[in-house]
Design a protein around this ligand. Structure first.
Ligand code: SF4
Length: 253
């Protein structure tokens, strides 16, 4: 396969939140279209949700209630937007080609409460040569004890599982991408290991799109809630050919 030139970092991050605008899709796979999923948010190219550049998907709906959950708006199973597997696969494939992402990250909401669509996304990721990282509020032992075959399949497809409920009283400042010290990192395949990149400072990405602000990454105690309800009085100016998209505030750090 011919190698494409792709940016080294997520310099041109697209962003989609179920409450705001969304990219246009074309329906291309009627079989996959039969499977739908509730999506709260997607950041198609992020460096704040696992190793390298990743396509991050937040499912809408979680049965757990971790005190201090950073995404309370993603807890109800009603809400978000309904997307077909075909739409998501097309988006993921296009992003892989354009941005050179190395994997997908599934978050919540609780990915294992959406195991069927999560398996569809993880299978596709593997077919595209991408890695799969999953954040779950359940611990691995409890997941392995569940009877649903799709849960077992999702575990089998996962390269990195970060498990356990988020605990706001145990913020993790040592392990990049990890919310609290009680959460464990399971390298379920040999694709990754705990190396230097996990010991770097944590990452928080802030994006401003029009009058909306989006934050993802490390839920630093001092930062949680700072952006909630934030709305610009005036839209930011559009980028000109001499200014990068980051000058609009779509910054990552
Ligand atoms: S598992 Fe995640 S989304 Fe669910 S309550 Fe805990 S922190 Fe929030």
């Amino acid at each position: 396969m011919q190698k494409r030139d792709t940016p080294e970092s997520c310099a041109f991050p697209l962003w989609y939140n179920a409450t705001t605008s969304e990219p246009k899709f074309t329906m291309s796979n009627p079989v996959a279209n039969a499977l739908t999923m509730q999506i709260a948010q997607v950041v198609p190219c992020t460096e704040a949700e696992g190793p390298g550049k990743r396509f991050a998907i937040w499912f809408q709906g979680c049965p757990l209630r971790c005190p201090g959950c950073c995404n309370p708006e993603f807890l109800p199973f009603k809400g978000g937007q309904t997307k077909t597997a075909a739409e998501m696969v097309e988006w993921l494939t296009r992003t892989r080609d354009e941005s050179g992402i190395e994997g997908i990250t599934l978050l919540g909401g609780e990915p294992f409460a959406h195991a069927l669509p999560a398996v569809a996304l993880a299978r596709t990721a593997k077919q595209l040569g991408l890695s799969v990282m999953v954040f779950s509020g359940y611990v691995l032992e409890d997941l392995r004890a569940k009877a649903e075959p799709e849960i077992a399949e999702l575990i089998d497809l996962t390269d990195i599982l970060v498990d356990g409920p988020y605990d706001r009283d145990k913020p993790d400042t040592e392990r990049r991408w990890i919310g609290s010290t009680n959460q464990r990192i399971h390298f379920l395949t040999n694709r990754y290991q705990f190396d230097e990149q996990w010991r770097k400072k944590n990452t928080l990405e802030i994006r401003v799109i029009g009058r909306e602000i989006s934050v993802n990454g490390f839920p630093a105690k001092d930062a949680v809630g700072l952006w909630k309800g934030w709305t610009r009085k005036k839209p930011l100016p559009l980028a000109t050919p001499t200014s990068s998209p980051d000058s609009r505030g779509a910054d990552s750090k």
